[in-house]
Design a protein around this ligand. Sequence first.
Ligand SMILES: *Cc1c(COP(=O)(O)O)cnc(C)c1O
Length: 473
Amino acid sequence: MDDGVTTAGDGVYGEVIDAAGRHARAWLSGVGERPIPPHATPDEIKDRLGRVLPDGGEPDLEVITRLAETVEPGLIAIGSPRFYGWVIGGTQPVALGADWLVSAWDQNAGLRTITPGAIAVEELAATWLLDLLGLPPESDVGFTTGATMAQFSCMAAARNEVLRRAGRDVEAEGLTGAPRVRYIAGEERHGTVDLAARYLGLGGPITVPADEQGRIRVEQLRAVLASGSGPAIVALQAGNIHSGAFDDFAAAIEVAHAAGAWVHVDGAFGLWAAASPRLRPLTVGFEHADSWSTDAHKTLNVPYDCGIAIVRDPAAMRRALGMHASYLQATDVGADPHENVPELSRRARGVPTWAVLRSLGRDGVARLVDGLADAARGIADGLGELAGVEVLNEVVFTQVCIALETDEATAALSERLWNEGEVLAMTSHWHGRTVVRFSVSNWRTDATEVRRTVAAVARALAASDPAEAPPAD
Ligand SMILES: *Cc1c(COP(=O)(O)O)cnc(C)c1O
């Protein structure tokens, strides 16, 4: 097909990117069927790559071939539709293609007047995202490396704003001698929210008990807020990594706002429920929060690295993260993108997000999110029928947590799955038990893959009990 591209004059790049493309195609064509775990250690790979920096170097083509061929045994098939190890996500073809263009263009996507093409694409993606997720259209959006840095960006705005309301100008005066900001979160928050708080000098969380699905208990949140005073940030959660549960946003946000707190929502994978008419009820009320963080590299299935920071009050975001320098050619037209993220220079990492949204459209994003939830439901139903397997969570979204009778048996199941290589699901600890967690986050996990997954678990269970080995089929 003629795609209108002429390649005359690509001499210095052509051979190398063609070779990289061939290796990429080989990897991608096998990623769904190869054994999922890696089968080499970093030291083995280093030995094979060669540890000594050569004096004379090596031709580019040989470097690319050496890299692709040597590293391959050390790669884990995260793109497999039966990879459930963590909430991680694969890559949609259109996102990969767009990502390659981003690398080829090599735009520094921080400045509106300097790289208008990249910024136009990212700003459209941002506007579409707010629309899809039902978040306030006046919000500012920053494309970060991941949800951890998205949380950091949002909570930087939060910290400075709650202190500004308490009479402290953090940008000018810093934190020393400022009132303590109470960072309050449910006991089943994701660990990276604490990490963001720590980077920001907020210290550890004041934790609020959670219910049996891991949702923050709103009455206890009210009590915690009332038991202290001064500036506060409350972190809520859309998508618990064990149960997939969503906090009761409407109630929790009302309580937090009544106490003057800033509310942040960690929705690294769960925020996307709002893009599905069927699943949107899980997020009811979340739009009243002050900031939200999510990942495109998880549920949306773009390549690493892409997190998204969303702050309702653009001025708060820019005061916390922006900077001014005479050489930066700032404009009055709107914020420069570097004012919404921690970095000054960065790649145009929002472009693959635009490409996926353009490719799927509103309905396609809903189908993607529904498909992940359907697969989780299918896995829970299938595994729940296997003797000895207990599904521990209410499967409302993409997470399924199972356990066998003893912790040892549960851990052994995960190990057997790893050794067989067709399904990867890791152990975790939840509510005092060892669990095996299935996080569905790959766009290719369909009903067929669900059947293969259940069959693999059945095989692994039978392997521990030779008397019950199923007949080969
Ligand atoms: C993955 C995850 C994060 C951190 O995201 P990164 O992209 O790894 O930085 C935060 N919160 C939740 C709920 C997550 O699942």
